[in-house]
Design a protein around this ligand. Structure first.
Ligand code: ADP
Ligand code: MG
Length: 697
């Protein structure tokens, strides 16, 4: 429940003077529907003014002049500006307007009067000019001109200064609130209290005050991050008290472990232990298994499925594509069978009779594990005792799709445990914002026996050499991927480029070349992928749609055209598809660069990063850092929260601290009833994350 003290902030913006039917939609677009949203609309710039005279006016700065208005100089030709000559004891200042009427201008500054004039100084032909002064006032109103004035986002029909007026009105609705931050933490950083911080953010005196390092901004960023992390930590806690079937490690997974043709890496063993602890706890698991392509997530999943089956329950493993589901089933099926666990493969391509039989086996429990695609969460699919849902390449599914699979459990047994698997390495900070309510296991270690991938960075001009070397390798039995980028602006022409490339390569290399892209019918694409996976095609030209998880150990070469157009994490993920077998592998990054074919320094640094590292997490952090702003990982589309004050890159340390603080707080005071807990509840309401974001759990 929202505390009463916050009511004025949560009133609609129309409550403010000056927000009528015309202005309301403009304010809502800029800030949001609530008074709070205006109070939280941070300025983006600051105008600093200082008193000047005609003789000491500094070009480029904003001056305040005390001037005698001399006379209007009408435009000397149509389209030329109006000029008003004015002066002080030290010289002339010309006020200039490119629009408006002489009458209007003379009303503002009647010749013979004295005026206080503010505006940005320009010099032209030795003349001091002030185009479009921002204030012209009689001397007795001089103090209406602020020495520094924040600049707000504006829009057609609502100027920055009008926004500022509304923000000031909104600030008046902001109450002083009891401190929710730890006193020592605040004190050590010299941060102001909340109300003072909010005021300071709206009264910047310098560029520094606008930066992410300004104490007031940091304070509000931390407030925002803490509120968000609290919401996530609460969701996590809610899950931790949701009963779920007890799944204990058993004989089946021991047999499976013995049947694996390898021993688990330390990281895999650790992940298995964490998952087993969750599954045996009696409370619902919500865990993210993060691991690079090739880090061995499948074996971890298989052991969990075997445990579930041996404990008398069913498990489901869902993959985003038919070919992935099929590959999983081909590998897991025999291993599970050896461990006495029955499994079926369910895809959209089963025949009617076959499908009926499989659905029956799931319903009566004779099939203990279902591996499948989207076909798994369709309404007709019913389980006898589903207890564990595993989602591979989880980002390829929507929240509701994961939930539909989980909803297939029997409520009398409790909730369905969830294991989400992802090969997209993301920095820890992003993991916290996106999956803060999940527990995370990371496979940081690669299985042994993998040969490192040699990565080369070359200009596109060398494409001929690359093709020659590729031919030699293919002649010796190698398989290769050739990736063409898709750039959103002109999908059709990019596609044409990929098609043309396939034709070129077929001609130059004299081998069969497959083509896979996103515009293809799914079944057709999977057929091409399968031909490649089975070794029938030596070369596959593809856009990035190539399935991430597909394992083709014989593929040892990857060429990526226009590598400079990809994100690093994406390049790394693409590269992860080679180097899966015992043979030496190579990845060739061809860059187009700028118009002159050279690569900028940052772009160079980014690609070099790939030459030096094969650690997905390290690369993701570097990508994040090097790209700086923007949205390198397409986070906005994936439900990334829109922070008002916080910047997940620049406030990285604050984010980590907020996550720790949130979990610690709830561990000590789950209901937030302690004195600090109660103030923290106000903070949560203030930012109100629950209303903004669907769960990922
Ligand atoms: P991911 O799904 O994480 O991309 P996979 O589970 O497909 O990776 O594993 C990639 C390859 O590594 C597979 O061929 C698998 O058999 C092999 N593998 C997995 N774990 C190990 C291990 N501990 N030792 C050796 N090889 C392993
Ligand atoms: Mg996989």
């Amino acid at each position: 429940m929202r505390p009463e003290i916050l009511f004025p902030l949560f009133a609609p913006v129309t409550r403010l003077k000056g927000v009528g039917p015309r202005v309301q939609p403009l304010v809502e677009r800029l800030a949001g529907p609530l008074v709070r949203d205006l109070a939280f609309l941070a300025p983006t710039g600051v105008i600093r003014r200082r008193p000047m005279t005609a003789s000491d006016a500094v070009e480029g700065e904003v001056g305040i002049f005390r001037l005698r208005i001399d006379r209007l100089i009408p435009p000397h030709k149509i389209g030329a500006p109006f000029r008003m000559r004015a002066s002080d004891d030290s010289g002339f200042v010309h006020l200039i307007w490119f629009a408006g009427s002489p009458q209007q201008i003379e009303r503002l500054a009647p010749p013979g009067s004295e005026r206080i004039v503010s505006g940005k100084v320009e010099r032209f032909n030795g003349e001091v000019q002030v185009p479009h002064p921002d204030y012209i006032l009689p001397p007795e109103r001089a103090d209406e001109i602020p020495m520094s004035e924040p600049v707000y986002p504006a829009t057609q029909g609502l100027t920055s200064r009008q926004v500022r007026k509304l923000v000031i009105a909104a600030l008046e609705a902001a109450p002083d609130l009891a401190e929710w931050q730890d006193a020592a933490w605040i004190g050590a950083r010299g941060w102001p209290r909340w109300r003072a911080a909010l005021e300071a953010v709206h009264a910047p005196q310098s560029e520094f005050d606008l930066s992410d390092e300004a104490p007031a901004r940091q304070r509000l960023a931390f407030d925002e991050l803490l509120a968000h992390q609290l919401a996530l930590a609460r969701r996590r806690r809610a899950r931790l008290i949701e009963p779920a079937p007890v799944i204990a490690p058993g004989q089946a997974s021991e047999t499976l472990l013995a049947a694996l043709p390898f021993v688990l890496t330390g990281a895999q063993a650790q992940a298995v232990a964490e998952i087993r602890a969750d599954l045996a706890s009696g409370w619902r698991m919500g865990r993210l298994l993060q691991g690079d392509v090739g880090s061995g997530k499948t074996a971890v999943a298989a052991l969990a499925l075997a445990d579930a089956a041996f404990s008398g329950f069913q498990g489901a493993l869902m993959a985003p594509t038919e070919i992935l589901a099929r590959q999983h089933h081909e590998r897991l099926g025999p291993l599970l069978q050896a461990a006495g666990v029955s499994s079926i493969l369910l895809t959209g391509r089963d025949g009617a009779a076959e499908r009926r039989q499989k659905l029956q086996a799931l319903l009566d429990g004779s099939a203990q594990v279902a591996v499948g695609t989207h076909a798994l969460f369709q309404d007709a699919v019913r389980f006898d005792r589903l207890a564990l849902a595993i989602v591979d390449e989880q980002h390829r599914f929507g929240v509701s799709e994961r939930q539909r699979l989980q909803a297939k459990g029997d409520p009398r047994l409790g909730g369905v445990h969830l294991l989400s698997m992802s090969a997209t390495p993301i920095p820890r900070t992003l993991e916290l914002t996106q999956y803060g309510e999940l527990d995370v296991s990371r496979l940081t270690e690669k299985p042994p026996g993998r040969t490192p991938v040699t990565t080369a960075v070359l200009p596109l001009a060398r494409i001929g050499d690359v093709a020659r070397r590729l031919k030699a390798a293919i002649d010796e039995g190698a398989q290769a991927y050739w990736i063409c980028p898709l750039v959103a602006e002109s999908e059709a022409s990019d596609l044409a480029a990929a098609e043309a490339r396939a034709v070129d390569l077929r001609r130059i290399l004299g081998v069969e070349v497959g083509l896979a892209h996103g515009q293809m019918d799914g079944a057709e694409r999977e057929r091409v992928m399968a031909d490649f996976a089975d070794g029938r095609l030596p070369l596959l030209v593809a856009t990035t749609v190539v399935e991430v998880g597909v394992d083709v150990p014989n593929a040892t070469i990857m060429v990526i055209e226009h590598a400079d157009r990809f994100g690093l994490a994406q390049l790394h993920q693409l590269r992860g598809r080679v180097g899966r077998g015992a043979k030496a592998s190579a990845c060739i990054l061809l860059y187009g660069g700028g118009p002159d074919g050279t690569l900028g320094e940052t772009a160079r640094e980014r690609l070099d990063m790939l030459r030096h590292s094969e650690d997905g997490f390290e690369i993701a952090e570097a990508d994040f850092r090097l790209r700086g702003g923007g949205d390198p990982l397409g986070l906005k589309q994936s439900g990334f929260p829109a922070y008002r004050f916080a910047d997940p890159i620049r406030h990285r340390a604050l984010m980590l601290a907020a996550a720790d603080d949130a979990r610690m707080l709830l561990d000590r005071d789950p209901e937030l009833t302690s004195p600090r807990g109660r103030t923290v509840q106000v903070l949560e309401e203030l930012f109100d994350w629950r209303a903004q974001r669907p769960g990922t759990d």
